[in-house]
Ligand binder design. Structure first.
Ligand code: MCN
Length: 782
């Protein structure tokens, strides 16, 4: 177990709600009960007079919100979420009033006394309806509900479609899902006099974003604001935005000169925290008769909710729609559409799962149309290992990959031929429960932008590694300590990792997009290498040896070819010499190095996922029997943490396929605002995951490391969908859209051509071989 996990599992974590400061005030928010309404009046007098109330804030007390930034070349009608809504609310749960009181109970009681007079307006919640003429406009000032359109493309798409032997098309509807971290949103802010400083502890995975927003809103110098991301009980991308509640709480603390705290309820968390994925995609793939991909077209409509939060997922989607394949021409378009629903943004995968699902579904459709096994079809079209760096027609450059190796290993791990034989047996014996097997191949871009790292050797020889990333369950303290100890030849226990506190850490971007190992770890590796080269010179002087002959291991410097028992020096000795003031001129004395590391590109992790599902023909119940993933994240730093990351992602990916669905009714009321209504998979809904691995290091960082954090959420949904389609195909039924509830599957089974009793055969593809054996040294099953 990693050091991080041990601490957390023993209940020694410190989350926002665990921080207690004397004299703390509490906030309760009054929220809109309508999805779209004009605010006629808000009466707060009674609340202001209630017991324990210290302040009541409405929009009139606040500065204007900071506008969302438009990116060049993107048509964006920016409607930033308000801190507190003023005249109109655009989504249910939008905060209208903040009541600040001396206890949580007083704040909640007083919030009941606020009277909001709202005039409901027509709401629109479905993105397709939202772009139809005459649809209610979420932001009438734009004259449209279209928030933005992103397009990418390259190659002669029209010519390729015209010349194609075969064209397949698909239409997919991907539902909205929630991130549901265990810890709800929370914030504590404290203003200190006479220092004139504001400290904000909050459930964020990007403390520097909160830092910039708080300093900007309150017009404070950057040095007057400290943001701390303590232990965070799950981030999953949905703790990336700067929520209005953080800012209101910070503002109240600044104005009132006292600590102020807000910890959301589960219902508030469902209302406020950004959700993700909802998209409708129309896509086509053109190919030759022998299954060579020629061109891809896709048009995606993504629901962005009521306010522009981020279009990161849309950007990922447009850049990844050609997947792991060599497709010479492509034209894709992703449009974001405003609706009267809550915030939408990144959630583990952020556009990658959608892109993967769309292209992989086309591959399955083509395989079916051509009668070629989908595994063989993938093999024929993968970007080959010698084609990297590979620029796709969507303007994305992949650094390295061996896609067939991962697929072959997944095929062999799942025992494809054996599953098919069992599938046939069940069908021919008219078993009530039928089987299906499905696979996907995926890419997981990791990195993007820069990250910072500092390595400092303390005078006593201990090493402090500071990162601009911030973990919320990923185990950075272990991973980063490993990286630094390894580069320095120091002992793991002598390295302390610090992150998540803007006072301590360097400015950084944060942890999302599976970027921390490649970029944050990459930055620490660069800084550690610099420190090592300086320390080595001092060690060479102390050992009276040539610098090139000095090596370091387990905290000791020694000379190549000479036993360390005979002659060695330690990090303590080197650190003491550096601070002694007695080193000869020319030797380094500064054992601190820091860097901003930019990979100038992204490292593309990749892999294959395979699923086996059992479907009850009579009830439509789907049981996930097997889930296999072979992931390649280049150089693995910590195998156990990689396994943990794969497990978490697979569970969430399976949840997306099997039952998760954040739903609103036609009026924009949230139907799934509690765990009674929003299903997440439990341990007994999931099989024991089966993991394999290949290793294809990236040339873009010193470690060769790529990411893993989102692999399971990218691979699992598609693999399960294909397995379900495979199970239903011999019964003459088509798989429904996600999520695969028994009701939906049962309905699919009632289709006109379903004949439960008829003898059927499974997919009619020639049985594929299991592919070449995985290469012995690097590609191993875990
Ligand atoms: N790792 C490794 N070797 C590699 C790559 C990764 O040992 N080559 C290990 C490291 O321990 C690293 C971890 O895997 O800390 C995840 O690494 P990486 O893929 O770089 O991802 P990040 O650390 O940047 O984490 C972000 C990613 C994302 S985008 C989401 S969303 C997510 C996730 O990680 N949210 C999580 N995993 C999560 N895990 C937990 N427990 N909680 C979340 O909120």
């Amino acid at each position: 177990m990693s050091a991080d996990a041990e601490r957390l599992i023993q209940g020694q974590g410190r989350y926002v709600a665990d921080f207690r400061l004397p004299g703390t005030l509490h906030v309760a928010f009054v929220r809109s009960v309508h999805a779209h309404a004009r605010v006629r009046a808000i009466q707060v007098d009674e609340a202001a007079r209630a017991s324990g109330v210290v302040a009541v804030l409405t929009a009139a007390d606040l500065p204007e919100p900071i506008a969302a930034r438009a990116q060049p070349g993107v048509q964006l009608h920016a409607a930033p979420p308000p801190l507190l809504a003023r005249d109109v609310v655009h989504a249910i749960g939008t905060p209208l009033v903040a009541v600040v009181a001396d206890s949580e109970a007083h704040a909640l009681d007083a919030a009941q006394l606020v009277h909001v007079d709202e005039d409901p307006l027509p709401a629109v919640i479905d993105p397709e309806q939202a772009i139809r003429p005459g649809a209610p406009l979420v932001h009438p000032e734009f004259g449209t509900n279209l928030a933005f359109t992103l397009t990418r493309g390259g190659g002669d798409v029209d010519a390729a479609f015209a010349a194609a032997d075969r064209i397949v098309a698909t239409r997919l509807s991907i539902p909205r899902i929630a991130g549901v971290p265990l810890e709800p949103l929370g914030v504590l802010a404290a203003w200190e006099e006479p220092a004139g400083r504001l400290t904000v502890w909050c459930t964020t995975q990007a403390p520097w974003r909160v830092h910039a927003a708080v300093a900007g809103l309150l017009n404070l110098a950057e040095s007057a604001v400290r943001v701390v991301s303590p232990d965070v009980g799950g981030g999953f991308g949905v703790r990336g935005p700067v929520y209005a509640e953080y800012l209101i709480t910070a503002l109240a603390a600044r104005r009132l000169g006292r600590p102020v705290r807000w910890v959301g309820t589960r219902r508030e968390d469902f209302l406020v925290t950004q959700s993700s994925r909802e998209a409708i995609a129309d896509a086509e793939l053109a190919a030759t008769d022998d299954g060579r991909f020629l061109a891809l077209r896709a048009r995606v409509l993504a629901n962005v909710g009521a306010y522009a939060s981020s279009y990161g997922p849309a950007q990922r989607m447009v850049s990844l729609l050609t997947g792991a394949y060599r497709i010479p021409a492509a034209a894709v378009e992703v449009s974001g559409v405003y609706t009267n629903t809550g915030l939408v943004g990144a959630y583990r995968g952020a556009g990658r799962p959608e892109a993967s699902f769309i292209v992989e579904r086309l591959v399955e459709e083509l395989a079916s149309a051509l009668g070629i096994d989908p595994i063989e079809l993938r093999r024929r079209n993968f970007i080959p290992p010698d084609a990297f760096p590979y620029p796709t027609p969507l303007g994305t450059t992949y650094d390295s990959g061996r896609y067939a190796a991962a697929l072959d290993q997944a095929v062999s791990l799942v025992g494809y031929d054996r599953v098919r034989a069992e599938q046939r047996r069940r069908l021919s014996s008219h078993a009530r429960e039928v089987l299906g097997v499905g696979l996907v191949s995926y890419v997981e871009p990791t990195g993007g932008g820069w990250e910072s790292g500092r390595v400092r050797v303390e005078p006593d020889g201990r090493i402090v590694a500071v990162s601009g990333s911030v973990a919320h369950g990923q185990g950075h303290r272990t991973t980063f300590a490993q990286i630094v100890a390894d580069r320095l030849g120091a002992r793991f226990d002598d390295v302390e990792v610090r992150e998540g506190d803007t006072d301590d850490a360097l400015p950084g971007i944060g942890t999302f997009g599976s970027r921390s190992t490649a970029l944050g770890g990459g930055a620490l590796a660069v800084a550690a290498d610099e420190v090592f080269s300086r320390a080595r010179q001092i060690a060479a002087y102390l050992l009276e040896a040539a610098v090139e002959d000095v090596v370091a291991r387990d905290g000791k410097f020694s000379i190549v070819g000479v036993s360390s028992r005979e002659r060695s020096t330690t990090w303590q000795d080197v650190a003491a010499a550096a601070t002694s003031g007695r080193l000869p001129a020319g030797l380094p004395v500064d054992l601190t190095a820091e860097t901003r590391f930019d990979m100038h590109g992204e490292a593309f992790a990749f892999g294959s996922c395979a699923a086996v599902v059992a479907v009850d023909r009579e009830t439509g119940a789907v049981r996930l029997d097997r889930l296999v993933i072979v992931h390649d994240c280049g150089t693995v730093v910590n195998p156990r943490l990689v396994i943990a990351q794969l497990h978490g992602g697979l569970a969430q990916g399976a949840g997306e396929a099997l039952g998760e669905w954040l739903r609103y009714d036609q009026d924009g009321q949230l139907l799934t605002g509690s765990f009674l209504d929003y299903w997440v998979p439990h341990a007994d809904d999931l099989p024991a995951f089966e993991l394999g691995e290949t290793s294809t290091p990236t040339p873009l960082n010193a470690l060769g490391a790529k990411g893993v954090g989102e692999a399971g959420t990218i691979g699992a949904p598609g693999a399960i969908a294909h397995a379900l389609a495979d199970a239903l195909r011999p019964l003459g039924a088509r798989a429904p859209d996600f999520p695969f509830t028994s009701e939906r599957v049962w309905k699919a089974l009632q289709g006109p051509i379903t004949d439960l009793a008829a003898p059927a055969s499974p997919a009619t593809f020639p049985s594929p071989d299991s592919g070449p054996a995985p290469s012995p040294d690097r590609d191993t099953a875990r």
